[in-house]
Ligand binder design. Structure first.
Ligand SMILES: Cc1cc2nc3c(=O)[nH]c(=O)nc-3n(C[C@H](O)[C@H](O)[C@H](O)COP(=O)(O)O)c2cc1C
Length: 379
């Protein structure tokens, strides 16, 4: 039996995934002023129709200053949250699956151009643990005061509550790729001498305070996942040993998972890029902290690779980014190859390949001819 197509329930939660495929968060730089729009509806419908077990919405800014670019999605107020809800509800009427959202603050890597543009129309002041910029071509950050850190903690909490209020199933705190929370974690970017800098305990304080505040909030009920860069790939930077300590602290706080990525903090990084290159990091964390579910991600492109990572117990879940953007039917093809079944819209079940007429599990939620769904789509 395929491990990739075995269901999964996050510990201490009722959130059940139909299979182990997780669509990793991917910025689409398609918002105007932080609002979701028809682009997101189309893209989210496509991702949800992929039949992946969990779809995580792109890095979504908890405050305008925390956007990577002017075109980032935002959830810093109720209006933006309602725009996400409007488009996501419609997409989920077409094809439903558990949905997560990555809550993000870009720190010193904010206020940068959309990848396919050359400049930022209205640049803004960026912030960081310390006043050190990423690179000559990046803006100069100012170091956050304790008061400002307190405000950012609250912005994460408010964003998470908004995510819950619009029907999101799980949140992912973005502490990877050289953005604000990673900048606090890494000794390269965190030169502070107060309680948020120095020892690893101090450097991870901000991330843990956000989690503690959410856990202590009487109204917040969603499972919390965390994404980290498990190494900076720089001598003297944040590394796998420190990542394991972060994983232990996250596990102690009953988090739902750790999503194990790497890099993004320094232009000095030397990444050994290749197929499955981050899987050993996920595996090291899983071995050291066995009760914390781990998502492996990074150049996992073949169904057999995904299956083997799970069979060898290197990770619990498989994150896909570029491969599923390239081919949103990746899970269907993987199920075909691995002899498994996937949920599929009723409208498409006749396309099952020869000899695999049992490939699809027609999903009753996907019958858009029902009154509810038609009403929702026509709104
Ligand atoms: C277009 C694009 C946008 C991305 N945006 C995000 C993001 O919003 N948040 C994040 O944590 N990682 C982001 N990433 C990184 C991916 O989630 C993933 O970790 C990385 O691409 C490696 O996985 P892959 O080899 O399956 O693509 C992005 C990657 C791509 C290609």
């Amino acid at each position: 039996m395929s491990q990739l197509f075995t269901s999964f329930t996050f510990p201490q939660s009722t959130l059940n995934l139909d299979n182990r495929i997780v669509i990793a968060p991917m910025c689409t730089y398609s918002s105007i002023d932080g609002f979701a729009n028809d682009w997101h509806f189309q893209h989210w419908s496509s991702m949800l129709m992929s039949s992946a077990g969990l779809f995580i919405i792109e890095a979504t800014a908890v405050t305008p200053a925390g956007r990577i670019s002017e075109a980032d999605l935002g959830i810093w107020d109720d209006e933006r949250a309602q725009a996400i809800k409007l488009h996501l509800d419609k997409a989920r009427k077409i094809a439903n699956a558990p949905v997560g959202i990555q809550l993000a603050h870009a720190g010193r890597k904010a206020s940068t151009p959309v990848p396919w543009k050359s400049d930022v129309k209205k640049p803004w002041q960026v912030v960081a643990p310390s006043a050190v910029r990423y690179h000559d071509s990046y803006p100069n950050p100012v170091a956050l005061t304790i008061n400002e850190i307190e405000i950012i903690i609250d912005e994460f909490v408010q964003a998470a509550l908004r995510a819950q209020s619009i029907g999101i199933d799980i949140i992912e705190i973005h502490a990877a790729h050289g953005y604000l929370l990673h900048e606090f974690l890494s000794p390269i970017t965190n030169l502070r001498t107060d309680e948020y800098g120095g020892s690893l305990n101090n450097r991870m304080r901000l991330l843990l305070e956000i989690i503690d505040r959410l856990n202590a909030h009487p109204d917040f009920k969603l499972p919390i996942g965390v994404r980290i860069s498990a190494t900076d790939w720089v001598e003297g930077g944040f590394d796998i040993e420190e990542a394991i300590e972060v994983a232990k602290s996250i596990q102690a706080r009953s988090c739902a998972y750790l999503h194990v990525s790497s890099a993004g903090l320094s232009d000095q990084q030397k990444i050994p890029v290749g197929p499955l290159y981050q899987v050993p990091l996920a595996q090291a964390i899983k071995q050291a902290v066995p009760d914390l579910p781990v998502i492996a991600v990074g150049l996992i492109t073949k169904p057999e690779e995904a299956e083997s990572i799970l069979t060898k117990q290197q990770a619990d879940l498989i994150g896909l980014a570029r491969a599923i953007l390239y081919n949103p039917r990746w899970p269907w093809h993987a199920a075909e190859v691995l002899g498994a079944k996937v949920n599929a819209p009723l409208q498409y079940v006749r396309c099952a390949p020869r000899g695999r007429s049992d490939l699809f599990k027609p999903h009753p939620d996907m019958d858009i001819s029902t009154t509810n769904a038609t009403d929702a789509l026509n709104k």
